[in-house]
Design a protein around this ligand. Sequence first.
Ligand SMILES: [Zn+2]
Length: 137
Amino acid sequence: MSPRIAHLDHSFVRFIPDDLQDGVLYVSMEYKTVAHRCCCGCGEKVVTPISPAGWELTFDGRAISLSPSIGGGTCNSHYFIRRGRVQWARPLTKAEAGSALLHDQAVADRLYGGAPRRNRWWNRLWARVARPSDRPQ
Ligand SMILES: [Zn+2]
């Protein structure tokens, strides 16, 4: 367990690496995906698809903003990423966290197709962005 992260650097990558460092936003434009480790320090990987139905990424030449907020993980963190700064918001209520998760799941299902539900969608996404070798050319 590390302390809360207040600032995120960014790293433009083609593939999201397996091991994420705290305090870094990994941005794959090619796969329209951003990943980072949860800023509360719990270490959970947070994967945010960039799409009209997912998250919007803004890069001002210096730092990255993501919209909407990040929330609904198992640690129940809730924060905004604005120009590389982490702005903490009040924790989501149980109902909000549930609907955020459902929303994420629905977005992911639309984007990445319907694999079995027991496979959490970000694991599927993970397999997709983190394994270059058997990707169709
Ligand atoms: Zn967390």
